[in-house]
Write a protein that binds this ligand. Structure first.
Ligand SMILES: [Cu+2]
Length: 457
């Protein structure tokens, strides 16, 4: 394992790594949200002006061991208020980074100290949760890797950021945030989809074993991905280990979704391992890793499950309270009216307010929570999508499981795609006190109405 860590640090020289000290006694590191430039498009294009944590995109890698606490003092040097959400980390409510629900947005020149106990190992990320359609699209996100006490043995541990940028001919971010046509349809789609590998390995050998941590950091785009020349198993979804490593072919990532894969290089010397993106008009290569030699003469042994994280079991959910959530609105959705800021508005009036999607008839954050729960209670939410678009539903503070049509439970997740005309039901134990957002992670849809919240007392 030492080899992997050394390689990671060498390859990620531009990133900072949290020291393995346990943290609490050390002064918190500063993470500054500010403007910067980054090489987004390779070749002869100019660098792209971005907003990023410490001025870069992605922001500095935060890597620590499970059980440690990391702190980061956010300093806001942006021209807008901001806040950081630690996506998928089961943090105390006051650290969740949701302006208007868990904290005040940090004004320009202000600061906020985040203290994050890392209960769970796995692949997580952090991103702006204020004016996020703009701030995430400009580059305000980074990766959190929480290492298991004994990580699986691999030759390379590679994070794969799937991203989608809307760029001008000069490779600059177009400033068309909040365009109603985007908000009413599938969201603000980019014109430059790419995969960034951190670190990018110098060259693979046949039979080497890789851990790939795939994250969809796009604001709105769903990414369907497959691999070529790499074979293995899915070992975690949204940071949380699956009970049994699963074979996979195509992986579909809604915005914010993650998967950890452990794969062996099956491509031979002179060939390349590939990450492919599948779109309506065909597949194209997102990333290519040359195989430069023959590794071990025999393939590695069976891929083992990762150790489970300490998440409370759902137990008997059959009798649990169910609170339905119905999604309506958007283009071709036939929405007639909805409540916004306590007033019932017609669809036309909603659009004038920049709102076009509703949960249970309400656009934007409702005054009352979708459900108030006692700690330890199990809640089921059947989520019905009566719109013409898919939605990536994300619950803060707690991972959930899907209640499968057969009555079983799916793997732990924090984000789940619900397609048009579909109902997907989730269940979870309310073990984390506070007010937690439940929203669509297509950030354009969230901005245009798709959010509610849950209170755990
Ligand atoms: Cu949505």
């Amino acid at each position: 394992m030492k080899l992997v860590r050394r390689q990671f640090m060498a390859g990620a020289a531009a990133l900072t790594v949290w020291p393995k000290t346990g943290g609490a006694a050390t002064a918190p590191r500063i993470i500054e949200a500010r403007a910067g430039t980054a090489r987004v498009v390779p070749g002869d294009y100019p660098e792209t002006e971005i907003w990023g944590y410490d001025g870069g995109v992605p922001g500095p890698l935060i890597r620590a061991r499970q059980g440690e606490t990391v702190s980061r003092k956010l300093v806001n040097a942006l021209p807008q208020p901001t806040a950081i959400h630690w996506h998928g980390l089961r943090v105390p409510n006051g650290m969740d980074g949701v302006p208007g629900l868990t904290q005040e947005a940090v004004p320009t020149g202000g600061a906020f100290l985040y203290e994050l106990p890392l209960k769970d190992a796995g692949t997580y990320w952090y991103h702006s949760h204020n004016q996020s359609t703009e701030q995430v699209a400009r580059g305000l996100y980074g990766v959190v890797v929480v290492d298991e006490a004994e990580p699986p043995e691999v030759d390379h541990d590679i994070t794969v950021l799937l991203d989608d940028w809307r760029l001008s001919q000069q490779a600059q971010i177009t400033e068309d945030f909040g365009a109603m046509h985007d908000w009413t349809h599938a969201g603000r789609m980019g014109n430059y989809v790419h995969a960034r590998l951190l670190p990018s390995p110098p060259g693979l050998l046949r039979h080497q074993r890789l851990r790939l941590r795939l994250l969809n950091v796009a604001t709105d785009r769903i990414m369907a991905v497959s691999l070529n020349g790499l074979e293995g198993r899915l070992v975690a979804r949204d940071g949380m280990p699956v009970e049994q490593p699963q074979p996979f072919d195509m992986l579909v990532f809604g915005p914010a979704e993650r998967a950890d894969l452990i794969v062996d290089v099956t491509a031979g010397p002179g060939e390349a391992a590939q990450i492919l993106l599948h779109q309506r008009d065909g597949a194209f290569v997102l990333a290519e890793l040359p195989v430069t030699g023959q590794g071990a003469s025999v393939p590695r042994g069976e891929i083992q499950a990762l150790p489970p994280n300490p998440v409370p079991a759902i137990g008997d959910f059959a009798q649990a309270r169910a609170v339905p959530l119905r999604m309506e609105g958007g283009a071709m959705g036939g929405l007639r009216q909805g409540t916004y800021l306590g007033r019932l508005l017609s669809a036309r009036e909603l659009v004038e307010e920049g709102q076009i999607w509703t949960f249970n008839g309400v656009a934007g954050l409702p005054e009352e929570p979708l459900a108030s729960l006692s700690r330890g209670e199990v809640l089921r939410i059947p989520m019905r999508n009566d719109t013409a678009f898919p939605h990536a539903m994300h619950l803060h503070g707690t991972h959930f499981r899907e209640v499968l049509p057969g009555g079983g439970l799916g793997p732990l997740r924090d984000t789940i795609l619900v397609n048009a005309d579909e109902t997907r039901e989730i269940a979870f134990v309310a073990d984390n006190p506070g007010d937690w957002l439940l929203h669509c992670h297509m950030l354009s849809h969230q901005a245009a109405g798709m959010k509610t919240w849950i209170r755990v007392t």
